[in-house]
Design a protein around this ligand. Structure first.
Ligand code: GDP
Ligand code: IMO
Ligand code: MG
Length: 472
């Protein structure tokens, strides 16, 4: 049999924002880079010299000349975001041409209807997830219903105005029904108060604008939406094709392909802290689903985890902190890497690294190794904590094989086994090697490795391309 290429996967082992984009950017030996799930709820930051790129849909390797990038059919695409992203990258001198940039024609299209629906589900009561309001959940639900538009309808051989018009006509009565829920009006009042107190809060403003539009008599101007989609389609047409075919073709020819996960295992639709999750498979399962490779072909499965834990939005977070240490971990927002969301600017919740959840995420995805990011942020603390178990009803739980029920509920600080290691001074984020890393930081990395039972092969100590230690 002819020898084939290589397949690798980078996935998030926490609740997202682990530094996946930054790690993908460091793995420059691959030829083809593929996004397989999620949409513009993702925000992947890559720092190259003085430039900071914040990518929502395009794989992070785009800043590396000659990389081929694919946006697979498991991705949900807001065409406005994608067009703006491509134009923004071009303005910054990144070469984007159709031979190296392919968007799957069967990837799902996010329209104004799904953006409004996302806000309405959030406001209409029940579970408040704290979504990014990017229309992700409604778009994936339409896919499962075998309804809803795909990219080919705007950027395929012909513009499918009939289907698109029908899509909006079908959705408007549903939006109107959702908008009649009493809770929506209450949510609007609360949002209005919140915005008055905090006028810079963009995510609340966005929710307010969507809800206001949704409760109005005519929430969508179909003609205007169709015109906008036609324009995005004309722009995207040149990039649209079959990413499954392209990925397999390149792999069969011996090329190396790296899949870039979005979100993280703990917000995976099936393996995460349901219902406080996103609507896709964020790791290995999502890649296999989107690109049709067999599991055993993915030789390298690299789990990215921060050296501490963060979460945006609602849901359980056993090791969450609210004290001075939390302020240290989150930062003030002054540094580009401080813990404020790339997509929504919301302050992230922070806490100690949860070794129990880390092990879980590694096993769910059959990890082969770990990339540990933001070790520098722990610098300057007297003690550094890591959770090695939970105590529930007198029993120690050091390992979980599922977390979608009440496994994480009712865990208070006194239920946690936190091991404290000696800290190390602030790091200057320059020219570090394993040998020059402070001995206490080395001990911390070794302890993470022991708890996780997988090797830490990459240690990131700065957002810069060079700020990484590769370890055998
Ligand atoms: P992603 O969604 O997993 O790609 O992660 P994000 O880009 O949302 O968040 C990670 C943030 O941390 C970005 O601002 C990165 O530039 C930054 N970052 C990644 N690794 C490191 C690191 O080792 N040290 C510091 N200080 N920042 C880092
Ligand atoms: P990256 O790729 C962190 C969270 C949202 C919310 C939940 C559901 O940058 O790691 P959604 O809009 O997806 O329906 O929201 O998931 N979430 C993320 N949190 N990083 C992300 O992406 C996220 N994408 C979604 O905050 O709690
Ligand atoms: Mg992010």
């Amino acid at each position: 049999m002819a020898s084939k290429g290589e397949l690798g996967l980078v996935f998030g082992a926490q609740w997202g924002d682990e530094g996946k984009g930054r790690i993908v950017d460091c793995l420059s030996k691959y030829d083809v880079y593929a996004r397989f799930a999620g949409g513009d709820n993702a925000g992947h930051t890559v720092t190259v010299g003085n430039e900071i790129f914040k990518l929502h849909l395009t794989p992070s390797a785009i800043t590396r000349p000659h990389s081929v990038v694919l946006i697979g059919r498991g991705v949900v695409v807001n065409p406005k975001t994608l067009v703006e992203e491509i134009n923004g990258l071009r303005e910054r001198g990144i070469d984007i041409n159709p031979s190296g940039y392919l968007l799957d024609g069967k990837s799902r299209l996010i329209t104004k209807a799904e953006l409004l629906e996302d806000a309405l589900w959030e406001a209409s009561g029940g579970t408040f997830i704290g979504t990014t309001l990017r229309g992700i959940g409604p778009t994936y639900s339409l896919k499962m219903l075998r309804r809803g538009p795909v990219i080919d309808m705007i950027a395929g051989e012909h513009f499918d105005e009939i289907s698109l018009r029908k899509h909006f006509e079908d959705r408007i009565p549903i939006l109107k029904t959702l908008a009649q829920n009493r809770n929506v009006h209450r949510a609007l009042e609360t949002l209005q108060d919140d915005i008055q107190k905090d006028p810079d809060n963009q995510s609340k403003q966005r929710a307010f604008d969507f809800l206001t539009a949704a409760v109005s008599f005519q929430p969508i101007n179909i003609d205007a939406e169709i015109d906008a989609l036609a324009e995005y389609g004309r722009f995207l047409y040149q990039y649209v094709g079959n990413t499954i075919y392209r990925a397999h073709h390149d792999y069969d020819k011996g090329k190396r392909l790296l899949a870039e996960g979005a979100q993280g295992t703990l917000i995976d639709i099936d393996y995460g802290t349901y219902p406080y999750v996103t609507s896709s498979h964020t790791g290995l399962a999502g890649f296999l689903e989107s690109f049709g490779f067999a599991p055993e072909t993915v030789e390298r499965r690299l789990a990215v985890t921060k050296a501490f834990q963060t979460r945006v939005g609602s849901g359980p977070f056993p090791t969450e902190l609210h004290d001075d240490t939390a302020r240290h971990l989150r930062g003030t927002g002054e540094n580009p890497w401080d813990e404020y969301g790339t997509t929504t600017r919301r302050a992230r919740r922070v806490g100690w690294l949860d070794g129990v959840l880390l092990q879980y995420a590694l096993e769910v995805n059959g990890a082969t190794e770990i990339a540990l990011t933001k070790i520098d942020v722990l610098g300057g603390l007297d003690k550094v904590g890591i959770c090695t178990g939970y105590v529930k009803e007198g029993k120690v739980i050091a390992k979980l094989n599922r977390i979608d029920g009440d496994e994480l509920s009712g865990l208070n600080p006194e239920n946690l086994i936190i091991e404290y290691l000696d800290g190390w001074p602030e790091m200057d984020r320059k020219n570090l090697s394993w040998e020059t890393l402070h001995p206490n930081a080395q001990k911390y990395v070794n302890r993470v490795e022991e708890i996780a039972a997988y090797p830490v092969t990459m240690i990131s100590y700065s957002p810069e391309r060079e700020g990484i230690i590769f370890r055998k």
